[in-house]
Design a protein around this ligand. Structure first.
Ligand SMILES: [Cu+2]
Length: 186
């Protein structure tokens, strides 16, 4: 049900292109200072710093919920983008919904017209406003199996959970209930 382009799986592909040199809990790799301890609750993050120093950083994620799995997916907001992380998420969702609507309409039209019409011209997608950085997550009451260690360039970052609310037929994502946060690295 990964509606969003910035899903866990999709993001992993982007990361492979070299967006960030991420070392997943590699032994011997030390981040300066202690880990940044992030706690997931229903539905939000606790312990998110307002600002972090640039450079090697270790994030340790613990899921304090007893009911829901949670993830901590990090994005770096692209340089020059002025929208807040909340705005970017909202725009992305609106864009996804519009694309789904277009696809549905095109299929219906094609059937009615016997498929004679050439496909409507697709406008190119807008430039992405953020880049996947890293992701981890854990089941209720557990810590993530590995810390995230990454070399954080200065900039603005977003943290988000795309997982759907359990037993919610609409599959509403946790971030829409508030499980999202923005912080700055400088
Ligand atoms: Cu969550």
């Amino acid at each position: 049900m990964n509606k969003l382009r910035y899903s866990f799986a999709g993001g992993a592909l982007v990361a492979g292109v070299g967006v960030a040199a991420l070392l997943l809990g590699l032994p011997g790799v030390q981040a300066q200072g202690g880990p940044v301890g992030i706690h997931g609750v229903d539905y939000g993050y606790q312990g998110v710093p307002g600002t972090l120093p640039a450079g090697e950083t270790r994030f340790s994620f613990t899921n304090d919920s007893q009911a829901e799995s949670h993830e901590m997916t990090l994005f770096r907001i692209n340089d020059g983008v002025t929208e807040s992380f909340d705005q970017i998420l909202a725009e992305d969702e609106a864009q996804q919904n519009a694309q789904q609507g277009q696809q549905g309409g095109a299929q219906q039209g094609g059937a009615q017209q016997g498929g004679q019409q050439p496909p409507a011209e697709q406008s190119p997608p807008p430039a992405p406003k953020m880049s996947f950085f890293a992701s981890t997550g854990s089941a209720p009451g557990q810590s993530a199996k590995m810390d995230l260690i990454g070399n954080l360039p200065a900039g603005r970052y977003g943290m988000v959970c795309f997982l759907p609310i359990a037993n919610d037929e609409a599959g509403t994502a946790h971030y829409k209930k508030g499980m999202k946060a923005e912080f700055t690295v400088q």
